[in-house]
Design a binder for this molecule. Structure first.
Ligand code: FAD
Length: 470
């Protein structure tokens, strides 16, 4: 699809000289995502400086039925930010101001293009914490985080982006600006419209700014790696530690033995903290306020778990350097798996108590489709979100293995669905799973979603072909 020259001229005029580019070299990095999995095309990249620019651009696009793909940091993992059919790209990168931080009210207002790490820095400067924590934080943006309802490692304690959002500013498909940048903790004045746009992956409106919840900055962290006999032991430990810390655990990540082996083999400087191998590990962390000795409580609980045989060993970080080296083992799981060869990935969630059953059923299902495939299932067990990744069999042909992606995913997703889980826990549907979801959501739920889409974007200009099934 190519956009009519007259429409391009109108958009350029509306945006002003700094508000667009047609330079292929400047557009190119926006057309490919970081893994090189999805490739797009677009002849025009809009770069609005403020919400009024966005409004003018969308009014023209809506009138002329010109499709638009919004883009933040281009770190999305389901292709939602890629213009596959020559759509106009709209990048929020110039809208990158933190408009204000209120340390007393514990909130901040950030524009959509603010990079997550910069939002962290602004909160930190005011003695506060903005807790959304993703490995992509140096590139991903507040608008993208909001639009994907991003999760990450601290959801257990602080919630995902939906729970961290107090208000938003959003431009509708026809260019109308909805200023809902309220910072209230209580506001029962009818429909909570902001919720529609959170997790909508740019299909219902363009988010231009957000009011975000802040938290008191923790005085310290207690971080431990625990060796465990099984996933069931991991879930028991999660419950025990939640009770022992009064619910102050912020992260509970699981790693299988094969994950530890891949990281220590492929990532220079990483080492197994234990003398003996263990089938499973949990990386646990609690963020601790001044004056509270959670380390003692966690140590006591770990001692009890080891005595009862529910854990076999544990190390507690004694310094920030040790904490970082424990986290590096977890953070390098994807990289190590990439270096090991081809992999098939899933971002799924099940009720926390069903994780052991899920891992067992899905692992044996995979073996039936690809004998010898190596399951590297890891991630945010504390909130039920498992990155159920599978590496090519040792010495196997990567291409032949990847050709089984669809069959493997179908089996995994069916098991997830049977257990009351979700086929997309934190990455969204985008272009990757927008048709797959038709299998798992009820017809009535999908019909309600389409009704909302039609009401807010009757000309289907906002990120068409994403989220909703064809
Ligand atoms: P983009 O990729 O640019 O866009 C994502 C989606 O949002 C697209 O559909 C796009 O159209 C839409 N969009 C972007 N900006 C706007 C806007 N202003 N208004 C409306 N729609 C918009 N995700 C997690 O949840 N948890 C993780 O732990 C995690 N870890 C990751 C680690 C790595 C190494 C990488 C590369 C990615 C990871 N992700 C994770 C995925 C990704 O970082 C998140 O989905 C992130 O929220 C995307 O933000 P972004 O600014 O890059 O958005």
């Amino acid at each position: 699809m190519s956009v009519d020259a007259k429409i391009i001229a109108r958009l350029k005029e509306a945006m002003g000289p700094k508000g667009f580019t047609e330079e292929p070299a400047e557009i190119a990095p926006h057309l490919e995502e970081w893994r090189g999995r999805y490739h797009g095309q677009s002849q025009l990249l809009l770069k609005p400086a403020n919400a009024s620019d966005v409004g003018r651009a969308l009014a023209i696009c809506n009138e002329t039925k010109t499709p638009v793909v919004p883009q933040g940091g281009n770190t999305g993992l389901v292709g939602g930010q890629i213009p596959f059919h020559g759509e106009v790209l709209l990048s929020l990168e110039r809208m990158n101001k933190v408009r204000g931080v209120d340390a007393q009210g514990l909130h901040m207002i950030a524009e959509a293009g603010v990079i997550l790490a910069n939002a962290h820095a602004a909160a930190d400067e005011a003695g506060c914490l903005f807790p959304l924590s993703l490995a992509s934080e140096g590139s991903c943006t507040i608008g993208g985080n909001l639009s994907t309802n991003a999760g990450g490692v601290d959801v257990l304690r602080y919630g995902n982006m939906r729970e961290l959002t107090l208000g938003i500013e959003v431009v509708l498909a026809d260019g109308t600006l909805l200023d809902m940048l309220r910072t209230l903790r209580k506001d029962n004045t009818g429909y909570d419209l902001k919720q529609l746009f959170i997790g909508a992956e740019g299909t219902l409106g363009i988010v231009t700014a957000a009011a975000l919840k802040l938290f008191p900055k923790p005085a310290a962290y207690v971080t431990a790696m625990v060796a465990l006999p099984s996933p069931a032991a991991a879930i028991a430990l999660l419950t025990d530690l939640q009770h022992a810390t009064g619910g102050l655990l912020s992260a509970f990540e699981i790693i299988p033995r094969i994950g530890m082996e891949l990281v220590t083999a492929h990532i220079p400087g990483s080492s197994d903290p234990f003398a003996a191998p263990s089938p499973w590990y949990a990386l646990v962390e609690a963020s601790v306020p001044e004056g509270l000795d959670l380390r003692a409580s966690i140590e006591r609980q770990l001692g009890k778990s080891i005595e009862a045989g529910r854990a076999t060993d544990a190390v507690i970080a004694a310094s920030e350097a040790q904490r970082k080296s424990l986290w590096r083992l977890r953070e390098n799981m994807s990289e190590a798996q990439k270096l090991e060869g081809a992999s098939i990935k899933h971002d799924v969630s099940v009720p926390v108590a069903r994780i052991p059953d899920f891992l067992q059923a899905a692992s044996s299902g995979v073996q039936q489709i690809v004998p010898g495939a190596r399951v590297v299932a890891f991630g945010h067990a504390g909130d039920g979100n498992i990155h159920f990744n599978i590496s090519v069999p040792k010495g196997g042909d990567g291409k032949a293995f990847l050709a089984k992606w669809e069959a493997v995913s179908r089996g995994v997703h069916d098991i997830v669905n049977d257990m009351g889980g979700s086929i997309s826990a934190e990455h969204g549907l985008g272009a990757m799973k927008h048709n797959e979801i038709a299998r798992y959501k009820s017809k009535d739920e999908l019909a309600a979603m389409r009704t909302i889409k039609r009401a807010l974007d009757p000309n289907n200009i906002l990120n068409p072909g994403k989220v909703l099934p064809d």
